[in-house]
Design a protein around this ligand. Sequence first.
Ligand SMILES: C[S@@+](CC[C@H](N)C(=O)[O-])C[C@H]1O[C@@H](n2cnc3c(N)ncnc32)[C@H](O)[C@@H]1O
Length: 272
Amino acid sequence: MAMRETDPVTPSESVRWDPQVYAQFERERTQPFVDLVSRVTTDSPKRVVDLGCGAGSTTALLARRWPNAEVIGIDSSVDMLHQASSMPDIPSNLFFEQGDIARWMPSSGVDVIVSNAALQWLPESLELLRQWCEAMDSGATFAMQVPHSAQLPSHVLLNRLAKSDRWRDQLGEDIRVGGRVAAPSDYLELMLASGLDAQAWETEYLHVLAGPEPVLDWVRGTSLRPVLGKLGPDDGELFEQQYAALLREAYPRTAFGTVYPFKRIFAVGTKR
Ligand SMILES: C[S@@+](CC[C@H](N)C(=O)[O-])C[C@H]1O[C@@H](n2cnc3c(N)ncnc32)[C@H](O)[C@@H]1O
């Protein structure tokens, strides 16, 4: 495993992560990770890497599953990594490193590479994925999950509001709402063409969320961050109020909570 030494660590596209806000829906955000790694069949890896590990609670699941492996979580966010190292009961085989995963390459000896809900933040993720797959050892496994959120009402509305007359000048035409993801078949074909036996699939989770503005709270942890990062506190609050009104209409509360359908793309491949 190697970080190219000469490149500085740069956080992803002016996104300042907030571990507390992100962790608000930990159960819902952990389930796709569990579903992803359930398809990894490696018995006793020596080295496991989690790219974009965030606050590390999911990386800890890998360390507990494979207690004899060295498990390394890499993330560019100081805030997320601070939270990761403050986790109680950190398994002794779990380590965290600060780094830009866009500048990471697998070196010999890495048996499992996992990336959950992170690759969508990288501008050239397909090209990187191709390079990673080509550099992997024979027998090594890559498992990835990205949110397929661009067409969700929450993200369409956020995009529309950010590009409305009121906000366009402040936010800029190129403001990014949601990540860059390809079609499930693109990930599958890329892995197959890079010499992996691979599978890809998509799952729609129907989250039932509690609280008065749960979809706003959810998006605050991820896709709203680049927008709020560009606005000052007063404008940020006004933007959120306008966005919250649109979300209430799109996702009405029921007696059981607010149902938030959310699609995710998965791909897992093992190098032949
Ligand atoms: C949505 S969080 C997912 C965290 C974790 N994988 C999980 O499943 O809970 C995305 C993470 O990717 C990290 N990230 C984004 N771009 C990155 C980059 N270029 N290098 C390293 N980490 C990055 C962010 O700092 C953030 O912690």
